[in-house]
Design a protein around this ligand. Structure first.
Ligand SMILES: [Zn+2]
Length: 104
């Protein structure tokens, strides 16, 4: 193959937000949103919505390049995440699973 293998681009991720708890105070929760929106909203904690693994967000810098997206930080996450490139390329019939180091 001429082109280098690239990690799958995730255009949605989960961001950590807080909401008011019924009994008072706040509780964290994960909200799915578009990576483009997460970048604009200056969210600080992210994870993959499919495997809960850590992801890194990338802004788009080129007009003709990919849009804002996220990629797994860990290759292991990608190997077992239903959205992961390595998982999708695997031919051993493996089952997807959550990240071994989920972002909580
Ligand atoms: Zn994932």
């Amino acid at each position: 193959m001429a082109t280098a293998e690239r990690e799958t681009k995730l255009y949605e991720c989960e961001v950590k937000r807080r909401r008011v708890r019924a009994g008072g105070g706040y509780e964290p929760f994960w909200k799915t949103k578009k990576v483009a929106d997460a970048l604009v909203d200056a969210d600080t904690e992210f994870r993959c919505k499919d495997c809960a693994g850590a992801v890194k967000l990338h802004k788009s810098h080129k007009v003709d390049g990919p849009g804002p997206h996220a990629e797994h930080k860990s290759r292991l996450d990608s190997e077992y995440c239903p959205s992961g490139m390595y998982f999708q390329k695997a031919t051993d019939g493996r089952e997807p699973r959550q990240s071994e180091h989920p972002v909580l």
